[in-house]
Design a protein around this ligand. Structure first.
Ligand code: NAG
Ligand code: NAG
Ligand code: NAG
Length: 272
């Protein structure tokens, strides 16, 4: 009896932990680094198609995913200009994010799509669907979805190279981020749309929190990155973001088996 109860409890705990990869709460932010996104490498995910599209300096597609990032790595791959956010209406936007979910890995989130529902910052009730195109390693203990939008936290070195700019637009006056809508006009023209979005739709919110839930990727996003995961059809959004048994990562099954054996041995030894 006790063994059975322990196993049932364990199964529940394991399910909650597994789901934490796909659903939970976290915070957001804005960034634009001009670099090759982390999910643009072939080994970063289980692709049906290919990793996140990268671009050459002139924004034409660069389809060789072995080319290194132009940001300090001697490569020639940049993020494409069209991976900026856009609003569908007042309460719904699309975007690409630099993602980090504790307990998950790039192999889980790269090119997965998530619905974000904002909780504060004046954005209450607004939603976004985003595709994880990049990875944020700033704080590995927190869930973060950094929205790729220019003008708040830019990597000036990478962007200056990309746009032959003196960096003024990227750092704002005296090295501060841009603070008002009209400041967006100091960015290269190709990057102004995402900057305007920050003030028009995102209401210049500072790191607002949200709940996230993995959803099947809309074509509107995958048409831009060309990146589709091979678990998109197996993935069961109505089960709280759980993938079905066929796509459960091996590590989870091993962990479950090992912990079950330990618990069963404990229950047996102490006759609980
Ligand atoms: C905004 O667009 C979303 C996504 O298409 C839709 O679900 C929602 O109903 C729209 N809201 C309004 C107020 O038009
Ligand atoms: C928002 O997220 C931050 C960082 O995770 C957390 O410290 C804070 O308590 C959250 N605020 C709300 C209102 O949920
Ligand atoms: C998806 O999950 C829901 C809720 O758990 C379940 O009723 C449904 O049968 C699942 N669908 C598939 C295809 O696994």
């Amino acid at each position: 009896m006790a063994v059975l109860r322990a196993l049932l409890l364990l199964a529940t705990v394991t399910r909650v932990l597994a789901n934490a990869k796909y659903t939970g709460t976290g915070s957001t932010g804005l960034y634009w680094d001009c670099c090759k996104p982390s999910c643009s490498w072939t080994e970063k995910g289980p692709w049906l198609t290919h990793p996140v599209q990268t671009c050459k300096k002139d924004d034409s597609p660069l389809n060789d995913f072995t080319v290194g990032s132009a940001c300090g790595q001697g490569g020639t791959a940049f993020v494409c200009n069209n991976q900026q956010p856009w609003a569908v209406n007042d309460t719904f936007s699309y975007a690409f994010t630099s993602t980090f979910i504790p307990g998950a890995s790039e192999f889980d989130w790269c090119c997965s799509c998530y619905e974000l529902t904002f909780l504060n910052g004046g954005l209450e009730g607004k939603r976004m669907i985003v595709q994880a195109s990049n990875t944020g390693y700033d704080d590995p203990k927190r869930t973060i979805f950094g929205v790729g939008a220019p003008g708040e936290k830019d990597y000036a070195d990478g962007c200056m190279d990309r746009y032959n700019s003196d960096g003024g637009g990227f750092l704002g006056k005296e090295g501060r981020p841009l603070t008002k809508r009209s400041d967006c006009e100091s960015l290269p023209k190709q990057l102004q749309q995402g900057c305007f979005w920050r003030f028009d739709w995102f209401l210049d919110a500072f790191k607002p929190n949200m709940t996230f839930q993995r959803v099947k990727c809309p074509k509107a996003l995958t048409d831009i990155t060309g990146c589709i995961r091979d678990d998109e059809d197996k993935f069961n959004a109505s089960a709280g973001g759980k993938t079905n048994a066929a796509s459960t990562p091996r590590g989870d099954s091993f962990g479950l088996l090992a912990t079950s054996l330990v618990l069963a041995a404990f229950a047996f030894a102490f006759n609980v």
